[in-house]
Design a protein around this ligand. Structure first.
Ligand code: PLP
Length: 393
């Protein structure tokens, strides 16, 4: 996460003070929630204060968008009512007839959105293993206008080399005389764990539902760009304003509140995930463990080059297959069985059974969002669920 170089603030300080200006009318330290949908015109018919109608812009939403842009060291952000709405706006901002290249392992909800809504509307989609950059070169076509990256990928934790993809897209665009943009879905790598702009991304997309809001109590999404004048971002902003798929002022406020503790939460998530991964790797009932912080992970070197920490998500395989996975999940007492991720509490799920039947997720795979509880309590719970004694050090 970037600090604020102008003010000399480090990331933790910036996060606490994002959008905090004491309220002129009351002196309140916590920012107000502006529920008003409409704003009064001046006597001369103008809008000197800048706000007209809340579908277009709202002071609480502006505070959140300003905060999210600052966290990325960027200057433009459009917030949405979910991560999926944010992603959808980026796909739909592309010119008609465009092709988008997506990873073959990615969030299944976005894959479904592409398959069920956007492909029938004329978007072309190629699904490629982007953890192998050579595959991208083969997949780039004359109609490609966007490469969509998710790294680590959901749920196999594959790693894509963002800088290599951005360079390949730029070179391809130069050959075509067209822009081939790169979008990174950074839901699993919020500011503090990675900086996709520094690696060459054009836009960064988040489900703020996850780590950014951080408490499993608010849905939201965001598209961040270096500048409001980025042509792809301009169209995203246009869709946001015309369609109004925006978070309510209360949801913006909750997300802004979540951001204040982001650097400290991320530290705990990553520390705990590393401890859980090390425990699982050493466990005789566990098969492969997918966590980029492990030296044996095939994407470890790239991950460590482009991430500040290895993140809070992992998945692992149980040699007994689906039955063994459900058996272990049923015995857990602390880790909660639920989909989603990035909240303070640890969540675990049998991933294949929440995805579309046509999905490719292995049936023996369990995905875990490691929370900020004490790591030894998490390991104790996993140990008893796996049917082994584990002596807490
Ligand atoms: C990587 C990724 N992107 C996007 C989304 C969609 O977010 P939302 O549920 O807020 O629509 C998710 C949700 O799990 C996700 O994991």
């Amino acid at each position: 996460m970037k600090g604020d170089s102008k003010r000399g603030w480090r990331a933790e300080t910036l996060a606490v003070h994002l959008g905090l200006t004491s309220d002129a009318a009351t002196g309140a330290i916590a920012p107000p929630i502006h529920m008003s949908t409409t704003f009064e015109r001046d006597a001369d018919g103008g809008y000197a204060r800048g706000w007209v109608y809340s579908r277009s812009s709202n002071p609480t939403r502006d505070a959140l968008e300003g905060a999210l842009a600052s966290l990325h060291g960027a200057s433009a952000c459009a917030s949405f009512s979910s991560g999926s709405a944010a992603a959808s706006a980026v796909f739909r901002a592309l010119p008609p007839g465009s092709r988008v290249i997506v990873p073959d392992d990615m969030y299944h909800g976005l894959r479904a959105l592409l398959r069920e809504a956007l492909e029938p509307a004329g978007l072309h989609v190629s699904s490629v293993d982007l953890s192998d950059t050579a595959r991208l070169d083969e997949a780039l076509t004359s109609d490609t206008r966007l490469v969509w990256i998710e790294t680590p990928s959901n749920p196999l934790l594959r790693i894509t080399d963002v800088a290599a993809v951005a360079e390949a897209a730029r070179r391809h665009g130069e050959r075509l005389g067209e822009r081939v943009a790169v979008a990174v879905d950074a839901t699993w790598t919020p500011p503090g764990w990675a900086d996709p702009f520094a690696l060459g991304a054009d836009v960064v997309v988040h489900a703020t539902t996850k780590y950014l809001a951080g408490h499993s109590d608010v849905l939201g999404g965001a598209v961040v760009a270096r500048s409001e004048a980025d042509p792809l971002f301009e169209r995203v902003r246009m869709l946001q304003r015309h369609e109004g798929a925006v978070p309510s002022p209360f949801e913006c406020w909750l997300t802004l509140r979540g951001l204040r503790t982001l650097p400290y939460r991320l530290r705990a998530h990553a520390h705990n995930a590393a401890a859980v991964a090390a425990f699982l790797v050493a466990h005789e009932r566990v098969g492969a463990v997918h966590y980029p912080g492990l030296p044996e992970h095939p994407g470890h070197d790239v991950a460590m080059r482009q991430m500040d920490e290895a993140g809070g998500m992992l998945s692992f395989r149980l040699p007994g297959g689906e039955a063994a996975a459900f058996d272990v999940l049923a015995r857990l007492r602390l880790v909660r069985r639920a989909t989603s991720l990035g909240g303070v509490e640890s969540l675990i799920e049998h991933r294949a059974s929440v995805e579309h039947a046509s999905g490719t997720t292995p049936r023996d795979l369990v995905r875990m969002s490691v929370g900020i509880e004490h790591p030894l309590d998490l390991i104790d719970d996993l140990a008893q669920a796996l049917g082994t004694r584990w002596d807490t050090p």
